[in-house]
Design a protein. Structure first.
Length: 156
């Protein structure tokens, strides 16, 4: 999840070309295997035809996720009957959302950072916590025992 947040913040903006260089052949290989399996029966031919339709980079990303789901859902029936490996299928399932996030950054720009007000709130809270810790370290030992639970850092 953190990786997708990084991607949507613009971290992958420069890496889109590399992502596409991996995604396009991955889609072609998995789709070719899916079509061969559909002709033989272990996977649904209509589902594979639906995945085949469309074009463009967004479609490639969605196709990778769909192919991963198709292969994963049918893996007991297709294991050993395709050149695709479980690792390749897992990678396609992870790669589809990564590519979508990178395409979103290209299309819409990076996600905005925290607002100035949010940044000031975070900084003020940090100052409050630091002041609380300092007070607890000075006043904590002088407090009655039943009040020690208020200070999480009283032993400092």
């Amino acid at each position: 999840m953190a990786h997708l947040a990084w991607l949507s913040s613009g971290g992958a903006q420069n890496g889109l070309k590399q992502l596409l260089e991996e995604a396009v052949p991955m889609r072609a290989n998995l789709l070719g295997d899916a079509e061969a399996l559909a002709r033989r029966g272990p996977v649904d031919a209509e589902t594979v035809a639906d995945i085949r339709t469309g074009n463009g980079h967004t479609d490639t990303a969605n196709d990778l996720a769909a192919l991963s789901a198709l292969f994963s859902g049918s893996w007991p029936a297709i294991a050993g009957k395709s050149a695709a490996t479980e690792a390749e299928v897992r990678r396609a399932g992870e790669f589809g959302p990564e590519l979508l996030a990178a395409l979103g950054v290209r299309e819409h720009g990076a996600a905005p950072g925290p607002s100035e007000a949010a940044d000031r709130r975070a900084r003020a809270f940090t100052l409050l916590v630091d002041a609380y810790d300092q007070t607890a370290s000075v006043a904590g030992p002088a407090l009655p025992g039943w009040l020690h639970f208020l200070f999480w850092n009283a032993d400092s």
